[in-house]
Design a protein. Structure first.
Length: 129
């Protein structure tokens, strides 16, 4: 493995948590290994590992970009990751307000719906502990 891959895996675990990464890795096949290596090195080992922005800011940017581009399936995972990145619920709502203005109200509205559902699930899990 490359240094960038190792750094990417470290960052991926720091942001998404060991349980999430372990589940993803358990599902890895020969077919998707090149893709998994690419995102681990490029997204996690390069973009997320850069010290130019803090993890809180990266979370906010990522969530806004996902919402603005209509990639809603990734939003709950990145909302859950905010427990480790430091982005607050208010930070996330501010990011989605930017989405509403610059990318469209329907996309922001759907992202907010997903965020509220995910926050409720996270709170229920916290209260169950």
């Amino acid at each position: 493995m490359t240094d960038r891959y190792s750094e990417g895996m470290r960052m991926r675990r720091a942001v998404l948590g060991d349980a999430h990464v372990d589940r993803a890795e358990a599902g890895r096949t020969d077919l998707d290994t090149p893709f998994q290596n690419l995102i681990t090195e490029a997204a996690w080992g390069t973009v997320w590992a850069s010290d130019a922005l803090c993890l809180r800011e990266r979370s906010m940017l990522t969530l806004a970009i996902l919402a603005a581009t209509g990639n809603f399936e990734e939003i709950p995972m990145h909302i859950r990751a905010t427990a480790r990145t430091g982005a607050s619920q208010r930070d996330i709502m501010e990011a989605f307000q930017h989405v509403a203005i610059y990318a469209g109200v329907p996309r922001a509205n759907h992202a907010i719906k997903l965020a509220k559902e995910t926050f409720a699930t996270m709170e229920a899990a916290d209260n169950a502990d």
